[in-house]
Design a protein around this ligand. Sequence first.
Ligand SMILES: [Zn+2]
Length: 318
Amino acid sequence: MQPMTLNHTRELDIFYNENRSKCTLCGKLFSDGDCAHLGYLNDDSHAVLCDACSAELKETVVRYHWKKDIYETPKLSNKLWRYMDLSKFISLISKNELYFSALTCFDDPFEGAKGIVTMKKKWDDFYLNFVRQAILTAPGMDLSKLTQEKLESESQRLLDQINSIGNNERQSIFISCWHLNDFESEAMWKLYSKDVTNAVAIQTTYMHLYEALYKDPTISIGKVNYIDFSKQFTSVNDAFWFKRKSFEHEHEVRAVVKKRSENITGISFPISVDKLIDNIYISPYAPAWFAEVVKSLLEKYNINKPLLQSDMCAQPFY
Ligand SMILES: [Zn+2]
């Protein structure tokens, strides 16, 4: 097996993100635990290969233990919405930056949680047993030297380590939230804008969001899983892809970035506003003059996108 060069490039990482589900040579779908070989073929093209095809690589950049994503990726054409106050909209279009809030700043205390506290003992018992078995069956373990006391203290130490992952991870997650929907949503206007009389919504698609973020391979975009915390746990890692069932109406898609930077409230990423925005909607609760203000802002920043009145302004007939 040839050594890994670890010579990552942005293009190679983008290729991996877009092609990681199967071997790019034979088409074999990867399963959890498979080894995926990422690198270059003889003609210098990128490849992600299975074990059987891996000898075809001229250069192996890295081998991964393949693992299925914990989240589902939206379809390329899925419509995504972001409802925001005018101040946030101005910030977006004037700076060409998308703001990612720190997970620790979210209102929902269950953000990044592994479960509810009444289930903590069940969780601990499960993982304590798991690590106990791992110690007992570790290759080369000399059971004659392992006292019960030593086994228990070592298991507890490993459990503490597992439990600390969640707390540490919460400090390094930054998220931009989007609403997945084919249509405008009345509830989302009120939920996501602090002053609904002063709000706009931008509508994009999954593909346009991904491209507008310059396909940044450090950003993951996926659907939130909604689960019943009284019956289920989330995950040791990446618990921020789960929320409680009571939030299911949000149909949230989130763009997530992991970055070690403690005690900050958010970070911004460069974004192409032109690629991002398909349509801009004016809040149905905005006064008449508001559309003119938004229109002049679009002119000022040279944004040539459809500015639409909310569909909820339409008048009924009986
Ligand atoms: Zn293959």
